[in-house]
Design a protein around this ligand. Sequence first.
Ligand code: SF4
Length: 470
Amino acid sequence: MKDNFSRSVIIALNDIQLQTALDRGTTRGVNNRIVAMGETTDANALRHQARLARERALNHLPDLLQQLERNVIANGGHVLWARDAAELNQIILDLCRKHDVRRVTKGKSMVTEESELNHALEANGIEVTESDLGEYIVQLAGETPSHIVFPMLHKTKEATAQLLHDKLGMPMTDKPEDMTRFVRGVMRRKYLEADMGISGVNFAIAETGTIATVENEGNNRLSTSTPRVYVAVMGIEKVIATWEDYAVLVQLLARSATGQRLSVYNNLMSGPRRADEPDGPDVFYLVIMDNGRSRILGTEYAESLACIRCGACLNACPVYQNIGGHAYGWVYPGPIGSIVTPLLLGPTRAPKLPYASSLCGACQAACPVEIAIPDMLLRLRRDLVQAGDPTPGWRIGMWLWATAFKSPVLYRLGGKMAGMATRLLAGRSGKIKSLPPPFDAWTKQRDFPAFAESSFRERLKRRRGKQTDA
Ligand code: SF4
């Protein structure tokens, strides 16, 4: 991943279609979540329960993973372990060869986005079709998902209709239901032709070795039960201890992700088809990938592994609302992506992301598992500073800033001088249109308002004086 964050942000801010799509999508996401959480008797108590469930899992991760493995095998499945993305792709490629697989249908899986599994399989002559509607549209467009839950959040329905018309000959329509019906017709054939189904995992319940996925289209159920081979792929952090924990987490996931009380399909897979069952796969594999997660465990960033990938923090984030997911440059966008990406890829691969936040706290307030996102972003900034990432200009600037803020006299003097300078530069309009470098980074995007004639303290003092006189 190349660090193009600043350039990508400018492109995103100037993309009118993206801005329209982001506005529609994130507003809907925020509002739906608020309504759904408001329907619970005590949303905060529920969130706290969810948090405890995730902590239980992370505190006992090695034991739970072993218990999960034992139970999956007892259920007739197979468990394979991948150290990293390359190993994951190789394992699945080997499974394709072993089972003579030519066509794959794939449900939503962020882990396979991490490993770019589609490219790896396609490079070896295997056809992969994304089965989630949003993922399928993104695949058709040759793009990557821009949101954890709504992969095509960056696309308007108008752009989607045009894409389906151009690529698949769909008659033009502005009705999403017509587009869905059309894609459904295409997908039905794919399910029937597929030799292997692959899906992500929302939760893996250790006590029974059950894989839980949630969805709203039935695509995952068809992807995993129609083909003869089913492969579930998960990161090590997806394991949870018990069904009680699942009961809490699954409803919070739906409420936070899509504003539903429960997702339409809650699929539970416990091994391959049994002799007395009419359908289901002949063979079932669970592939568990680390890819840097165990490095995070036990550090001050461990709680980032508690994330249940609901996407609520993305919708709530004023930065994501304006730049969308692609600007973040990798699989995980938004506030949680700004933490996970530098942690998984290394801080030097994404040095700007921890700064891509106003630290307003909207992400933490929205998070169903109470992850302290702003705290971790601050710690990552600290790490970057300690690693010597900032430029000399930045260091001098921060030193001047800290010195002025520690001294009331310097602070007041600095305020006065800055006030005079900005009013001089702004003139009668009260707004500076262009600042000299390096401050022009600000005025390239927006005006800089001149400071007020008198400071807040001065006005308060005058007001208090008048009140005392009165
Ligand atoms: S950090 Fe919290 S709000 Fe954001 S995706 Fe993860 S669980 Fe959802």
